[in-house]
Design a protein around this ligand. Structure first.
Ligand SMILES: Nc1ncnc2c1ncn2[C@@H]1O[C@H](COP(=O)(O)OP(=O)(O)O)[C@@H](O)[C@H]1O
Ligand SMILES: [Mg+2]
Length: 236
């Protein structure tokens, strides 16, 4: 459903992404791995339309989307949970969620709004008790639940998740992992998950892509990820 071909991305004169090609199939969970600074976040931003590639193609469900706005890509079915969560700290949880509902694709507009919200509350019951709080006062784990919940309200076909467990306590990490596992079992949408930690990635993803210095250096089925590759490129 998503095909990247020979993407090159620059920050000013710095060549950050080098000839990146990769594919995500419908319903698949792909883990994008690699150490800090290799360009994982830059790649997700480029897929979402927050950065323009200097060259290369981004095809989503057959359409070339590299020149489209982030908004247009959201309506096509892309959703993005940025690294560091980036919820709106001064808006309440309810208002943050409303933004997710508004991003929904037009074809879904006749669906009843409350059911989408109820799904999010079923996944993250904690949010129901926090609806009138400003996002900024929530704990890191609660903010992550809100960020994922908000992304789900747009009914994505492909969810981009950038290090969703970074800086969270182990109990919260487990909770996030369970939610991603549930998504994977249902296969309602594909996930491109950025994750530095091998174990988490190996449990959740069907396939992996490893980056180093802005390029893809290895990829394959997660079940066949070798010790060699892990030692060379990843945090264990
Ligand atoms: N806004 C920016 N301006 C200039 N360089 C940046 C910017 N953001 C990231 N970079 C550089 O791009 C490279 C890739 O960063 P990033 O995509 O955040 O890596 P990762 O997510 O894999 O840790 C790094 O060398 C980083 O310093
Ligand atoms: Mg990053």
């Amino acid at each position: 459903m998503l095909q990247l071909t020979n993407l090159n991305v620059f920050y000013g004169e710095s060549h950050i992404l080098r000839n990146i090609s990769l594919e995500v199939a419908s319903g698949q969970v792909v883990c994008l791995m690699g150490r800090n600074g290799v360009g994982k976040t830059t790649l997700l931003k480029t897929i979402m339309g927050l950065l323009r590639p200097r060259s290369g193609q981004i095809r989503f469900e057959g359409a070339e989307i590299a020149a489209e706005s982030p908004d247009r890509r959201t309506r096509r079915g892309l959703a993005y949970v940025p690294q560091g969560r980036e919820i709106f700290p001064h808006l309440t949880v309810r208002e943050n969620l409303r933004i997710g509902l508004e991003a929904r694709r037009p074809s879904d507009n006749n669906g009843p709004e409350p059911s989408a919200l109820e799904e999010v509350f079923a996944l993250f019951p904690r949010l129901t008790t926090l609806l009138d709080r400003p996002g900024g006062v929530l704990s890191g784990g609660e903010q992550q639940q809100l960020a994922i919940g908000r992304a789900l309200l747009s009914r994505p076909k492909l969810l981009l998740l950038d290090e969703p467990t970074e800086g969270l306590q182990p109990s919260i990490v487990n909770q996030i992992e369970e939610v991603i596992e549930r998504f994977k079992a249902e296969r309602r949408f594909a996930i491109l998950l950025v994750e530095q930690y091998m174990e988490f990635a190996a449990r959740l993803a069907d396939t992996y892509v490893i980056m180093a210095k802005g390029a893809v250096v290895a990829s394959g089925r997660t079940s066949e990820l070798s010790e060699e590759q892990v030692k060379q490129h990843l945090v264990v």
